[in-house]
Design a protein around this ligand. Structure first.
Ligand code: DX5
Ligand code: ZN
Length: 221
């Protein structure tokens, strides 16, 4: 069953507690946290201190941390200690993927591997059996509120097929440009974790209702 994963990137950080509690009341139990270093991507957001803050607000939520950073291996311990549950790093940011995956598992976290829109799926075929999820960026990484890159739906279907061929149950997470018009279509193409930032948090005053409605819409897939 497809699950909705709110991304805090579009939150009003001066009201983070209120907005996260509203998302949880709407039924969200996994939160996507976009860490950006201004080097791997042309934007800086936050680091492990934000993960710690979200953990303090939502002690029982699953924290799905998306590292859009260079040299992710050096920060695994920080994010583990801050309370992350899943740690995804970009395949484009490292040479030794296995070493980073092993480091994440050694710290008791679930590893995810993230791909930019232009990176071929074949790059991660050999990692599928080791990771908990593959995170497909469906926008160029760095900012919320961008438009879904047309054609990425093929990549979702191809990844779902690759996972089935390998006889695995790896989650397919999509991230970026999910909106009212495409969310059910994307779930039908095989996305099992659907990140939504601006779709939820750019509509202040409706956060709980939007989470409830979006969850219901993707539940059948
Ligand atoms: C891109 C970020 C965004 C964010 C979701 O680097 O990873 O994709 O999570 O943003 P929206 O849902 O607003 O496109
Ligand atoms: Zn993300």
């Amino acid at each position: 069953m497809a699950q909705l994963v709110p991304s805090i990137l579009s939150c009003d950080f001066s009201r983070l507690r209120e907005e996260l509690l509203l998302a949880q009341e709407g039924g969200a139990n996994t939160i996507h946290i976009d860490v950006m270093d201004g080097h791997f991507v042309p934007n800086i957001t936050f680091g492990s201190l934000m993960v710690e803050a979200v953990r303090n607000i939502l002690p029982h939520a699953l924290l799905d941390v998306h590292l859009m950073i260079s040299n992710p291996r050096s920060y695994v311990t920080d994010f583990a200690q801050a309370g992350a549950d899943i740690l995804s790093f970009h395949v484009e940011a490292v040479q030794d993927y296995d070493a980073v995956v092993n480091e994440i598992m050694k710290r008791g976290l679930k590893p995810g591997i993230a791909l930019c829109p232009g990176t071929p799926l074949e790059t991660v075929r050999h990692l599928l059996e080791k990771v908990y999820l593959v995170l497909l960026l469906t926008v160029n990484p760095g900012f919320g509120g961008q438009k879904f890159i047309v054609g990425m739906e093929e990549k979702i279907t191809a990844l779902r097929k690759m996972i089935r061929e390998e006889g695995l149950s790896t989650e397919v997470e999509i991230d970026g440009g999910v909106n009212e018009e495409n969310i059910e279509f994307l779930a039908s193409r095989g996305a099992s974790w659907i990140v939504a930032g601006s779709l939820i948090f750019s509509h202040k005053g409706e956060i709980r209702e939007r989470v409830e409605k979006l969850k219901t819409r993707i539940a059948p897939f």
